[in-house]
Design a binder for this molecule. Sequence first.
Ligand code: NAP
Length: 253
Amino acid sequence: MNLSLAGQVALVTGANGGLGAHFAETLAKAGAKVALVARRVDSLAEVAARIRSAGGTAHELALDVTRRDSVVSAFDDAARALGPVTVVVNNAGIAVTKPLLEHTEEDWEQVVGVNLTGAWRVAQEAARHMVSNKTGGSIVNIASILGLRVSAQVPSYVASKAALIQLTKAMALELARHKVRVNALAPGYVETGINREFFDSDAGQALVKRIPQRRVGSPTELDGALLLLASDAGSYATGSVFVLDGGQLVNTL
Ligand code: NAP
């Protein structure tokens, strides 16, 4: 089994913190040259510096997934700096937590605009390059178990992630003949800097009790699945959804 990404160029959206920064560092450790993209470039530079000081290759670029021109130029710039992109982690994502009846048009458009339309825009541009360069490649969409079940107060988020899972399958179907694989990771609750305080709170602890493993995941527990899907080890996997959630999805309570 070959989990190495030596010779690959990976582009990770939302790579300036949280899971995206972790994914970028994981891909770099596996040997990929990594293009780090997000809107806030100052924090991208910190992640890129960590990758370089560990001996990896990283290039940071501004990208707003809601703008086609930004996506197109980021792929061109990444190719000029590192070579053609062959692995994409579609990680940028946002949530608005509000009851259904209070969700505004703007809330809906924002969440669907980043999580679904933005991910589609990035994946489509990636696929155009992979097909025209005849390199093939691997696209990993970061969905969520909330694309497979629902939770209150995040209707736009659950709808966007469910649609992202269907988009993953639709893209896999059309792109297989071009040797482009498209898969999704569906994490449950994973502790990052942003939510650590919440999981330490009473409300957070109550939620943890409903997870069969009685704990939230750590970003490193997504590494195996990410590397499997990104590398040749996952060469026969396309259109799949890999759930990593401590058993939360099979808990009917
Ligand atoms: P996070 O820390 O809030 O990171 C979100 C990232 O998305 C940031 O880097 C942000 O950078 C980027 N982003 C937002 N809007 C963007 C835009 N218009 N263009 C480009 N980048 C944009 O979130 P996270 O917890 O690491 O989550 C990462 C992904 O995992 C999301 O898709 C989320 O739905 C999914 N997920 C997370 C968990 C979890 O427990 N953490 C569980 C399941 C799924 P800028 O603001 O600088 O652009």
